[in-house]
Design a protein. Sequence first.
Length: 511
Amino acid sequence: MKTTEHQPEHFSARAIDWPTFIISGGFLVAFVVAAIVNIDYLSEMVNAAYATSTRLFGAYWQALLLATFGIGLVVAISPWGKPRLGNLAQPEITSFKWFAIIMCTLLAGGGVFFAAAEPMAHFVAPPPVFDVAASSSAAVYPALAQSYMHWGFLAWGILGSLTTIVFMHLHYNKGLPLKPRTLLYPVFGERVIRGWYGGIIDAACVLAVVAGTVGPIGFLGLQVSYGLNDLFGIPNTYLTQSLIILGLIGVYTISTVTGIQRGIQLLSTFNVFLALLLMTFMLIAGPTAFIFDSYINASGLYLAKFLPMATFRADTAWLNQWTVFFWGWFLGYGPLMAMFIARISNGRRIREIVLTVSVVAPIVTTFWFTIVGGSGVAFELANPGAISVPFEGFNMPAALLAITQQLPLGFLVSLLFLILTTIFVATTGDSMTYTISMVMTGTDDPPTLLRVFWGVIMGTVAMILISIGSGGIGALQYFIVVTAVPVSLILLPSLWVAPKIARELATGGHT
């Protein structure tokens, strides 16, 4: 394997890319100002853009995610999966810590609240691909299977399989900057690295991730504040929400400043152990037989209905609120998540990276959804209304607390789940702060002050948006789906570029 044979003259290590910085930062400021001036008008504009994006690109996104997962799987299990990526002979991070970082970064806070809420949502209102009665025993496995579709193989595959191969080879072995525009280098060559439109490409990807990260930070403030009010009677006010977000900013900023080898790694490892502790407790103290039975049956249904669910287009109104929304959300994260995985995977084999991200992580995720969400469905079946009534209006923290408080030591378990969710969001905050800073410099070790700036600014934006109500954060969440339109086009060439790189590395050819 050749190494560092191309180091573009125009690329200055640790120099801030001001066009990308100004475009992304300026748009973020404009969004916040618009939200403060007239949140209703902004929401209307975002919703209209969201509807247009899902209508025109929804089918393309479904095909893109399916193709990415399928091609990645073929590359991984073929002889092309054997080569190591990067410029190290061995990985610099142990496998357990590496996997812990991946799980915490990519699953994020959504993996806790959605794990409780989404199976219940599909249980009380079954997806159109399944012909079952709502809130019946027949709706249990379809509800879990649909949740697996949204948080399983396709979702994880788009976040770091083929694109990671492209990033790692072009950055570590060819000397190209670690920026989203590098994904288009095999198509446009030096023009995209040097050209003005490279800055626009990078800015679009940064905006998608900022929108996708600020949203969970803001929602965490709202959700944990709700939980603290429910558990301790602490007033659910803007002051409480702001203090939660300020604490979160402090945690993930310290983590990102201390770097991947220390803060990010320690936070992720701690959260994985806490998640394992809670999983084990819920398995033992919860509806154990129901969880295992549901997981086996729902997994079989997920695999049997995998293609019909992945390609379902018969009810676009439902799709745009569920599957296409999730696909847009994950696509928006795609380039920067792949950059982060590339940064922590130096020295690992193609097969190891793709199978871990696209297969192993989704299996762990779906089991987690079965433990948390499956327990909720079991409690609902035994006592109708126990979970669904608190959940009305898609109240995700209420659904989670309704589930945890059904368990022995419910108060303690509920508190631990709030801590788990907070650290999940913190691990996404630290890794995305680090990665956005990488985009601004093109290096895998961005300046500390830049990391602090992006960490603080994302938390500050979240605090400003929740000050005008949850509508501001909601508009930002929907906006990430709009940004997924250009981002999904940036990801497209990886479908053929990544297999080409893998094949030529495996056969000793020149790439």
